[in-house]
Design a protein around this ligand. Structure first.
Ligand SMILES: NC(=O)c1ccc[n+]([C@@H]2O[C@H](COP(=O)([O-])OP(=O)(O)OC[C@H]3O[C@@H](n4cnc5c(N)ncnc54)[C@H](OP(=O)(O)O)[C@@H]3O)[C@@H](O)[C@H]2O)c1
Length: 238
């Protein structure tokens, strides 16, 4: 079985993907800053403390993993953060954090892993968002980082497809995770109004199980119905 790196492995979509890959028999190195909130352990899950905005640390950790594992089969670029609101209210620090985490870090990590992925004809999977595809009022900067990732992935596939690397972008719509802890809105709890993180992990499994020679390059996951709930102000975490 293979070796995988999953970023943003401490919660939500990333943690579900970790569990799916471990179930499939892979050994998974998961990146995040804080695994204290993560109630999952397995002999084939290796948590790696890493702040994706620290590109030097990201490079060190990745080199160490590649040296230890000796190969890489799957990279899932999932870590991400979203700040929403009228654009003029977003501080430069928040813009910087979103751009580094959502766009620059995945581009840097992908660059470091292309050589080993070429050797295994492996997968690079990006967790973008429907925000990359459709306008989102009060989410223009977040959407810009995800649209950048979307365009990067499409062009990267054209660049590396001859070498056998599969490049995939997933576009989940509103998914019920801790992502909304900082926001003043969240997806409706009705199961038809949000995506479950496990559904994104199932999409990853589908992508990985595609026969060699065919690549699912893009997959959009949308809830059946639209449902967004405005949080009560006194409950909003800032
Ligand atoms: N939830 C949605 O509606 C939705 C929809 C479409 C796309 N997405 C995307 O899906 C991805 C996962 O989000 P989620 O919904 O699963 O949210 P989540 O539960 O908040 O998970 C985000 C993950 O990213 C990690 N992360 C954030 N900043 C980091 C940093 N600087 N360094 C290292 N790790 C960092 C977090 O770990 P630590 O905090 O422990 O570092 C956590 O593991 C994101 O890219 C998000 O943009 C989410």
């Amino acid at each position: 079985m293979g070796i995988a790196i999953v970023t943003g492995a401490s919660s939500g979509i990333g943690l579900s993907v970790v569990q799916k890959l471990v179930d499939m028999g892979h050994t998974v190195y998961g990146f995040a800053r804080d695994f204290g909130k993560t109630d999952f352990s397995h002999e084939r899950f290796r948590p790696v403390i890493c702040d994706m905005t620290d590109l030097a640390a990201l490079e060190d950790r990745t080199k160490a993993i590649l040296a230890e594992a000796g190969q890489l089969d799957i990279l899932v670029n999932n870590a991400g953060v979203g700040y929403f609101g009228p654009h003029e209210t977003l501080s430069p620090e928040k813009l910087r954090e979103m751009t580094l985490t959502n766009l620059l870090a995945p581009m840097a990590l992908t660059r470091m892993t292309l050589r080993p992925l070429r050797d295994t004809k492996g997968f690079v999977i990006f967790v973008a968002s429907t925000a990359a595809l459709y306008p989102g009022r009060f989410g223009s900067a977040y959407g810009a980082t995800k649209a950048g990732l979307h365009q990067f992935a499409l062009s990267l596939f054209d660049e590396v497809r001859k070498s056998g690397i599969r490049v995939v972008t997933l576009y989940p719509d509103m998914t019920r995770t801790r992502f909304y802890d900082r926001a003043d809105f969240e997806p409706d709890a009705d199961f038809e109004c949000h995506i479950a993180p496990e559904c994104v992990a199932d999409a990853v499994e589908q992508v990985l199980n595609q026969r060699a020679g065919t690549v699912i390059t893009q997959m959009v996951l949308r809830p059946q119905r639209i449902g967004v709930v405005k949080k009560r102000r006194d409950l909003t975490v800032t």
